[in-house]
Design a protein. Structure first.
Length: 176
């Protein structure tokens, strides 16, 4: 997809979520070798256990689900559980900065991704990170628009298809 990337603190979230491009049917975490390539490119250690790959994919889809519908109580509860397990309790630093105790086992890159999601959600910058509204896409993008109303990852692909679909439905005669 053609879009400007998210600012540096949110780029890892965007990158992890977009390892799967549903519209094109690709997934950079489909095999251990592919996942390790992505991990190395993003500065993380390789994984050796299939269970670690399954955790990474589950975290990716949970974060994507949150970006699709932030109001979903079940998704938020699961995300809070994930955050507690990989970040630990939040703590205020001497200057009022928020940090995490990292009470759980290291959760590369899940920990840094969830930490960025929480910290930048507090600042409001995380609200600009969205999932495409097209149900067959859900590509994650950063909404650079001044009004913060971006809906599509790419207007020329997803937005145009959605608008054409709605146009065709309006033109169909209603069944009695």
């Amino acid at each position: 997809m053609a879009h400007d990337p998210a600012p540096a603190p949110l780029r890892l979230i965007e990158s992890l979520c977009n390892t799967a491009t549903h519209l094109w049917g690709t997934d950079q975490l489909s095999t251990m070798a592919d996942a390790n390539d992505w991990l190395r490119q993003n500065g993380f250690a390789e994984i050796r256990q299939p269970s670690c790959l399954a955790e990474l994919v589950a975290a990716r889809e949970l974060i994507r689900a949150f970006l699709i519908d932030r109001a979903d109580e079940g998704v938020r509860a699961r995300l809070n559980t994930l955050a507690q397990s990989c970040l630990g309790a939040p703590q205020l630093g001497p200057a009022g900065s928020l940090t995490f105790s990292n009470g759980g086992a290291p959760s590369w890159p899940v920990g840094p991704v969830v930490e960025a999601l929480f910290l930048h959600g507090l600042s409001g910058a995380g609200e600009r990170l969205k999932a495409c509204a097209a149900p067959d896409c859900h590509y994650v993008f950063y909404d650079h628009s001044r009004s913060r109303t971006g809906t599509w990852c790419d207007m020329n692909i997803c937005g145009a298809r959605h608008k054409m679909r709605r146009h065709r439905q309006r033109g169909r005669p209603q069944e009695p």
